[in-house]
Design a protein around this ligand. Sequence first.
Ligand SMILES: [Fe+2]
Ligand SMILES: [Zn+2]
Length: 373
Amino acid sequence: MSKLCDAAIGPGRVSVTWADGRRADFPFIWLRDNCLCAECRHPANGQRLLDTLDLPDDIAPCRAAVEAGDLAVGWSDGHGSAYGAEWLWDHAPTPEARAARRATPRFWGAGIANDLPRGDWEEISRSPAAERRYLARYREFGFGLIDKVPTRDGMVVEVGNRFGHVRVTNYGAFFDVRSVPDPNNLAYTAVALGVHTDNPYRDPEPGVQLLHCLESDAPGGESILVDGFRAAEDLRRSEPEGFARLARRRQSFRFRDREAELSARTPVIEIDDDGAVMAIHFNNRSAAPLDAPLEEIEPWYRAYRQFARLLRRPENELRLRLAPGQLLMMQNDRALHGREAFDPNLGRRHLQGCYLDKDGIASRLALLSRGAA
Ligand SMILES: [Fe+2]
Ligand SMILES: [Zn+2]
């Protein structure tokens, strides 16, 4: 990290310059509120002790200077603060610093079949380095394939609980995906399933899905994966208005059977406060009637159908046939999944699945990265 070389007080802001020419401005209230001293943050756990409301409205620095490599500030409320060069850049509000803090997803399509983000369960469960490598690739692409997972009943939960915390739902801690009589969900038939994200009728929607293949000798049943983030960016480029419409208007989703009645509303494309795509919610099976003002309905359908067409382009589809012992892990709100029909009279196809939350996986990867797991 480059050193700090200058600090100056301007109107409402402290301007900081690094030796390599970078510059950033920090508003007084932000800087004072983020003081890192032991009075303002608990030294053991780093949690804030300072109540933002206790700061005077007109908080301002009396002095600001570079001292011993840090930005040192003396405040009008009598307090003194010090901020490191690296910490300042890591939190600076400039476009470059903010862009550097953003995870950039790597888009993929059919071609990724030759270079799958992939891990080996025997290795992952033995070596934290192998687990970290696998999870880092999973995070970049929004999915991963794990080989050599023992084909035991409920093993999918064991895998889930290594990476995070399995979320129990009305389907239980895990669920069987196979063809059954009188199914409460089309997943439990042998029909083809168009690509979708799971369970947008839940609030919150599951962030991660694991699917573990136990048996697959039925003809057909190939799995299909599509990068929803890439398709959304394609839509943004080709039809910016349609993109904005899908990001603005929430769609209704619904599920009901004998034991549960679930419904939620969520936009097909979710964008963050800077406009970046952060989640896709797309599920034809559980879509409920769109509840929108009259004049928005037809334009919404045009945008929705255009997005659905992009999702179906062959160059966007990764096709793979899961073999027993393979486990597919998907960021549910990015990697859409589907399958081809299969023939349950000529063989078996049996998967077990479970859901996790995204924060658990992110935490696991962060712990592995700092060598604490
Ligand atoms: Fe599904
Ligand atoms: Zn302080």
